[in-house]
Ligand binder design. Structure first.
Ligand SMILES: Nc1nc2c(ncn2[C@@H]2O[C@H](COP(=O)(O)OP(=O)(O)O)[C@@H](O)[C@H]2O)c(=O)[nH]1
Ligand SMILES: [Mg+2]
Ligand SMILES: [Zn+2]
Length: 353
């Protein structure tokens, strides 16, 4: 099997820890299965599971490997290999794990760019985009907005493009159509050897079609669109692909529901810089923008400078972000208590010298 170079894997420029023991290697997590992970490395690709020590020492589910993670592992010879360490992440996209635990799960790590895909037809939703932008900035990842299926909506294109550019702020916005492959060339400036990008967006907007075009072959299943404009699920798991022509690595994700709550208040502020700037002009620095005199937000809402929907969207996301910060804080305290108790229990079992 053909392997990957350290440059292709994006490992050449990293400060890697020493490898210990014979046969250890570094790899990139390409897929997360039910009980094991697919790892790309210098000798090819293989399955691996986390070592017993790793499992024992992990204090939260977000520490387990995610697609995009760089790992130190012992490749398997007969069975699966053994993952011993997840190297520090440059960025991470988290979601709340299902169930009552409220634990966070890493869904993709070390992304350089997250392409937020939204189709120009029925899927188009500025409020959802504001949410995705906030989460992406908060996760330490550069967002890039892709408006897909431009061929289907020539009449709406200019207006929606303008609106999206306005709300995307510093993030680049591209309108593309997979029927006109030259429109995809604009995405290439964000790709490159060793770089890692991911595509996220509602099912059916064309994420897998874009990756197929970048791959130059139909490796990913795509769904025929239904009459009601909604897509059908075809991608079942997050998967990392090595792109040809030194274009780096790309991750396909099944749907927007991947994006969960986050805890980094900066993300909302960065998405709504216009609002944060307005708020600085309120007469009182602790203005709650309700009935205070000299409120710049109220004034902007009244004279139409600030759209009511955008303001409500900001308030909602700010509230969610505050809540996430609060519950993360609460959970971190719980986890500290738990590991302290576990340590006490271990210590008490130790034979006294
Ligand atoms: N008209 C048009 N259809 C597209 C375009 N991109 C994708 N599609 C179609 O939309 C459907 C869903 O695409 P897919 O890539 O599976 O979406 P995903 O769920 O986001 O991965 C497929 O039938 C594609 O052929 C496009 O630019 N224009
Ligand atoms: Mg897909
Ligand atoms: Zn105010």
């Amino acid at each position: 099997m053909e392997g990957f170079t350290l440059e292709q894997l994006g490992l050449a420029s990293l400060a890697l820890p020493p490898l210990n023991g014979s046969g250890e290697a570094f790899g990139r997590i390409a897929e997360q299965g039910k009980d094991s992970y697919r790892v790309f490395w210098e000798n090819g690709e293989g399955q691996a599971i986390v070592s017993g020590k790793f499992r024992h020492e992990a204090t939260s589910s977000s520490q387990f490997p995610a697609v995009g993670d760089v790992v130190r592992f012992l490749p398997g010879t007969q069975g699966p290999g053994s993952i011993r360490e997840v190297l520090p992440r440059r960025s991470v996209l988290l979601r709340r794990a299902a169930g009552r635990s409220h634990q966070e799960q890493a869904i993709a790590a070390n992304l350089d760019v997250l392409f937020l895909c939204m189709s120009l037809n029925q899927d188009y939703n500025p409020r959802r985009l504001e949410r995705a932008l906030s989460i992406t900035w908060a996760s330490g990842i550069q967002p890039v907005v892709i408006l897909t299926k431009a061929d289907l909506c020539p009449t709406w294109l200019p207006k929606r493009m303008e609106e999206t550019q306005h709300l995307a702020g510093e993030a680049d916005v591209y309108a593309i159509s997979c029927l006109e492959p030259e429109t995809l060339e604009s995405l290439r400036r964000h790709l490159g050897k060793g770089r890692l990008v991911a595509f996220i967006g509602s099912s059916g907007v064309g994420k897998s079609t874009i990756i197929n075009q970048l791959l130059g072959e139909d490796r990913l299943d795509t769904a025929e669109i239904r009459k009601d404009g909604k897509g059908r699920h075809t991608t079942t798991a997050r998967q990392l692909f090595m792109l040809p022509d030194d274009a780096g690595m790309a991750i396909d994700t099944p749907g927007i529901r991947e994006l969960g709550m986050w805890d980094a208040p900066g993300g909302v502020g960065r998405t709504f810089e216009d609002i944060e700037e307005l708020a600085l002009q309120c007469r009182f620095s602790d203005c709650r923008h309700q009935n205070e005199p000299g409120c710049a937000i109220k004034r902007a809402l009244k004279n139409g400078q600030l759209e009511e929907e955008r303001w409500l969207s900001y308030c909602k996301l700010q509230e969610e972000s505050d809540f996430a910060a609060y519950s993360n804080h609460h959970r971190a305290a719980q986890e500290r208590k738990f590991s302290l108790n576990a340590k006490k229990a271990r210590d008490s079992k130790r034979p006294s010298p």
